[in-house]
Design a protein around this ligand. Structure first.
Ligand code: HAM
Length: 420
């Protein structure tokens, strides 16, 4: 193993690709920030209990994929595999739900960890931007979140994504369905592990990717037929609101999701250019989660979009983000005196809010101009001894190739003017 190898299932973000990741986080969070969501940040690890109770003892995430550790002090911690349980825990701890301003709307961005089998689009360390709206049961809130995610993806230029929508029912109707489904599944020809799953989490069996399993599921009871009137009406209202907003979605009654806390509305954003790891984002309503982790009744809804997969989706569609050049002005000094003077000009430019960089290391003109080109700077400032003696610097427009001498004293002001 090379010393310079990131751990299995992880990768580093380095320039220039890292700029796309920043832009994606920015683009996903922008509609949230404009819609009353406040920023929240929680620790990268939590007590393992939180996820066991919140995400669910029967999920792969908790049973197989969690990075758990015991601290020297004996605490059982887990690197966070997802954000919802942490954000709800933090909101409860800070009593945000008691400030008389429901729903509490929060957004977040960060690293998450799952010990999964790595493959394209599936990593052990990945990044999400998420949103949670806590404490309110209102179909408009579910609709808002779906519309904002759609808006974020469209703003990025993504087109080949689809929204899958389902309702998982609530604590009244889902148990009835669960039992009917279990009765049906127990009669099928299934392997040991799947039989065990029938008893723990039968809905996940519907999600089985194997063709021979899917074939046996054709006549499985449908959750749709078991939804109680309240759930049906709620779901119809969500569908009507997103339809009215012009957001296209597909009803997908097989959509189950890999976390236990969901009730009623669930949805996934899938991208058709990504192969098997096609879910770029997902979410839904989790009306019982607060009580599951020991809090009061707080019906809530949220989503998380995967930044890594969103970047892969952009690449799959060939979308080039319009990233502004990092550097506007690049200074190339020829000689020690010019280095001092131009370094001063660069400092002045930066203080004036103009992105500027400098040819460090006393390189020759040719190498330094190459760096200037690579920096993407619109203007280059070059100065040698003779220029300084005349009180000027050479200002080159890298787009037109035009070059002219400008007075040294006014160089920063001239650049500020030209760059608008
Ligand atoms: P999730 O579906 O587990 O939901 O993850 C959301 C997104 O994170 C996925 O659609 C995917 O883009 C990304 N993701 C998940 N695992 C990986 C991985 N191993 N490698 C790369 N990307 C990954 C949740 O996490 C819920 N907390 C969402 C939510 C918020 N529900 C309600 N509020």
């Amino acid at each position: 193993m090379s010393t310079f190898q990131a751990p299995k299932g992880t990768y580093d973000l380095t320039p220039p690709r890292s700029a796309t990741f920043l832009a994606v986080r920015e683009a996903i969070s922008a509609p949230l920030r404009d819609s009353g969501y406040g920023y929240i940040e929680t620790p990268g690890f939590e007590n393992v209990e939180l996820f066991a109770r919140g995400v669910g003892e029967s999920t792969d995430i908790v049973t197989k994929e969690m990075y758990t550790l015991t601290t020297k002090g004996g605490d059982q911690l887990a690197l966070r595999p997802e954000g919802t349980a942490s954000v709800l825990r933090a909101a409860l701890e800070a009593n945000l739900h008691k400030a008389g301003n429901l729903p509490v709307k929060l957004w977040y961005s960060g690293s998450y960890y799952r010990y999964e089998r790595p493959q394209a689009g599936r990593y052990r360390h990945f990044s999400q931007v998420g949103a949670e709206a806590i404490g309110t049961e209102d179909p408009a809130l579910d609709a808002e979140l779906i519309i904002l995610a759609d808006q974020a993806y469209r703003a990025l230029g993504l087109r080949q994504f689809r929204i899958l929508l389902n309702s998982l029912g609530d604590k009244e109707c889902r148990p009835v369905y669960r039992e009917a489904l279990q009765t049906f599944l127990r009669d099928l020809d299934l392997d040991e592990e799947t039989r065990r799953r029938i008893e723990i989490n039968p809905l996940r069996v519907l999600d089985d990717k194997r063709a021979d399993v899917q074939k046996q599921l054709t006549d499985a009871p449908k959750l749709r037929d078991y939804l109680c009137d309240a759930c049906k009406a709620y779901h119809e209202e969500v569908r009507a609101l997103i339809t009215a907003a012009g957001v296209v979605f597909e009803d997908d009654e097989k959509l189950v999701r890999g976390l236990d806390y969901y009730t009623r509305t669930t949805f996934e954003f899938v991208h058709d250019g990504l192969g098997s790891q096609s879910a770029v984002g997902g979410g839904g309503r989790y009306d019982g989660l607060s009580e599951m982790i020991g809090g009061p009744e707080l019906p809530s809804v949220g989503w998380a979009l995967g930044v890594d997969r969103t970047v892969l989706a952009l690449e799959a569609e060939g979308v080039e983000l319009d990233l502004p050049a990092v550097t506007s002005v690049y200074a190339v000094p020829l000689g020690d005196e010019a280095r001092r003077v131009l370094f001063g000009v660069v400092t002045e430019l930066r203080r004036a809010g103009i992105a500027a960089d400098f040819a460090f290391g006393g390189r020759g003109l040719k190498g330094a101009m190459k760096s200037a080109n690579r920096s993407g700077a619109r203007y280059t400032l070059v100065a040698g001894e003779r220029d300084l003696a005349e009180g000027v610097v050479q200002l080159k427009d890298m787009e037109s190739g035009e070059q002219s001498a400008v007075p040294l004293a006014g160089a920063a002001a001239e650049l500020a003017k030209r760059l608008g």
